[in-house]
Design a protein around this ligand. Sequence first.
Ligand SMILES: [Zn+2]
Length: 463
Amino acid sequence: MTKIDLRLADGDVLLPGVGFRRVDVLVADGRVAAVTEPGAGPTATETIALGGLTVLPGACDVHLHLGHGSDISRPRQPSDADTETAAAAVGGVTSFIPYVMSTTPYAPLFDELKSITEEGARIDFGFHFVISTDEQLAELPRYITEFGVPTAKLFMNIRGDEGARLGLPGTDDGFLFRLLEVLKAHGGMLCPHPENIEVAWVLRDRVLDADPAGAGGLATWNATRPPFVEADAIRRATYFGRVVGAPVYTVHTSSAEALAAAVEQRHQGSRVTIETCTHYLTHDTTSAVGALAKVNPPLRDPADREALWEGIRNGDIDTVATDHIHRPVSSKDGGIWKAQPGFPGLDAFLPALFSEGHHRRGIPLERLADLVTANPADAMGLSPRKGRIMPGGDADFSILDMKSRWTVERSGLATDAGYSVYEGQEMTCRVVHTIVRGAFAVRDGKLNDGARGTGRFMPRRLT
Ligand SMILES: [Zn+2]
């Protein structure tokens, strides 16, 4: 008889193919041992009475960036993983997949990358690699089959010297095509950053002439890289994906037009998984956050935001991620033209999504939960260990009080960026416990520092 380490008693538990049920979940050796009627089955070493709290599979945030200070390319010291996995745990996340950037091949970096991250990580993690050189392209089959890194990002917007800011060389559509061929041949998937930068450059010059002081704020930034610039690149990447026969995962889909382009290509036969990010659902160009919320693709008009919610309602959108970047707040100085793009989003991830989507808009919690659990786990090769509460799977749980009201404050954030676009906003649910392989990363709303260094790298294989 298996020794049961933990019983999660009396929660409303989301079970795959069933929905919410009042059951107990039994945990042994970091895995789900059984799901039982309340009180049934063997006694556990520890029992946590949940009193009707909502128990979801641990959330998987499959789009974010780790780094240090203004360098977002990769974790370079264990504290980079420590603070940002703490933010993840606070936001209900039990596993995540950061994008790692380098101009040199990843094979010589891989062991160090893994060990530095494991030393600090409080949750499990994988990696995506940004591919931008021929040397990396030559090594890509090893990344997929040997390292368990089957997902490759291409910045379609980095052409010519545009990449200097990120330290990346420019690529072109020929590179995109060859990258898709290698991914197809070895079982990988493309995650393109889709923006037609050549057109965006033209628009930027015009908008800069019209609004040199950036008085239009987020609307001005949106005008420099509007939805059609995004839709064009999504159409191109997913069309080439179909020609080559490789799957494409559209990261941070932000607009009605971009969503329509991806859906249209899906109907034509492209294998497309569609992601949007929390901030495109909670913010738009009329939000009063200013340059703090500058990001690429930009925050869009309110009508785009509504179109994304409709895409969630009707099932067109598959996943929601954060695109968390823990840039220091000083990088946001200087107004809309000077501020660096991107901001942190992990700390408030599930509360923001569920407050806005479930409480304000009435979308069933099961649907919203799938977007951050089973769907990303399936898309990114984390299943069957992650993404669903079922015997044999990892005992990862996001446990929420769906009736709690609280206001996001800077003092409560765990990210070392130290700010949030949600500051001052009232949330209508709260993460109470975050459990990773049976151990508490967050307990009763407080970080458990014993979790530091327990997160493990997860090699992935796409199905
Ligand atoms: Zn990103």
